[in-house]
Write a protein that binds this ligand. Structure first.
Ligand SMILES: Cc1cc2nc3c(=O)[nH]c(=O)nc-3n(C[C@H](O)[C@H](O)[C@H](O)COP(=O)(O)OP(=O)(O)OC[C@H]3O[C@@H](n4cnc5c(N)ncnc54)[C@H](O)[C@@H]3O)c2cc1C
Length: 233
């Protein structure tokens, strides 16, 4: 049976949650569906930039991010055991002279709490499989615990990530570029003699590795941390 909504948001990642929040701030209660039954526990995007912090200020989420996350002001490039250069991120924005570091899981948790506090529910375990536009409205095919449904929406926001099912269904091109090599991101516990409040990039012959502290661990001696490490190659 078709259930009508003004706005249907597909995907409860940072984009979908932020959109639901901004709409709620303006008096629009969106319907939000998310295919994952549980939030992901992994880091993914662990650096929240100054512009995002600025945009979220009015919602109160920025204060919660700042209370929760770390602050990275510099990024050091290393090669063959030597520090080659230091990149400063503290000059980008006077109000937020740092990158707020927290796992995407934490960002999503805090955004979801703000969304729920405004009376918007997140329907988990519901996957969008296709969309058709008829008479100026979107008809989105959904599959969830209660079976299949065609949701009728005045506006549909495809916040379903870089491999978006809806973007493909609508024939919208992805104009970005992809690296030929895979990027890997690990959440690991490390005890290393590196300044834990900086980001580090180790340039290797093939690709590189970039540890960043995600959270402080109790009892650490040498700046141990739970790090998000992105490596290429
Ligand atoms: C290695 C790496 C490191 C990164 N580091 C950073 C960083 O430090 N800072 C930064 O700002 N960005 C970073 N990014 C980019 C960042 O991860 C993305 O910009 C961000 O995840 C985009 O959020 P999103 O909500 O658009 O998409 P996603 O995070 O991909 O969320 C999409 C959501 O939609 C759901 N979904 C997908 N398909 C469907 C469907 N058919 N039906 C229903 N739900 C669906 C998914 O389950 C998911 O919850 C990084 C990316 C990578 C790969």
């Amino acid at each position: 049976m078709a259930r009508a909504s003004e706005v249907l948001i597909v995907g409860a990642g940072p984009t979908g949650l932020a959109a639901a929040l901004f709409l709620a701030e303006r008096g629009h209660r969106a319907r939000v569906v998310e295919q994952a039954t549980e939030p992901s526990p992994y880091s993914k995007a662990f650096g929240v930039n100054a512009r995002s912090l600025k945009l979220l200020e009015s919602t109160g989420v920025t204060d919660r991010f700042l209370a929760n996350g770390g602050r990275m002001r510099h990024l050091t490039l290393h090669r063959h055991g030597k520090a080659l250069a230091r990149l400063h991120v503290d000059g980008v924005d006077a109000n937020y002279p740092f990158l707020c570091v927290q796992s995407q899981a934490e960002s999503e948790r805090l955004l979801a709490e703000a969304v729920l506090a405004r009376g918007v529910t997140i329907e988990r375990g519901v996957r969008a499989t296709g969309v058709a536009i008829r008479d100026g409205r979107a008809h989105v095919q959904l599959e969830g615990p209660d079976g299949q449904e065609v949701a009728d929406a005045g506006t549909v926001l495809a916040a379903d990530g870089s491999s978006s099912t809806l973007r493909k269904a609508l024939g919208i091109r992805f104009d970005g570029k992809a690296y030929p090599e895979p990027w890997r991101l690990w959440d690991v516990e490390l005890e290393v003699p590196l300044d834990p409040d900086q980001g580090h990039i180790f340039l290797l012959d093939r690709g590189g590795i970039g540890p960043a502290r995600r959270e402080r661990l109790a009892g650490s001696r040498l700046g141990a941390g739970s790090a998000g490490i992105a490596s290429q190659g």
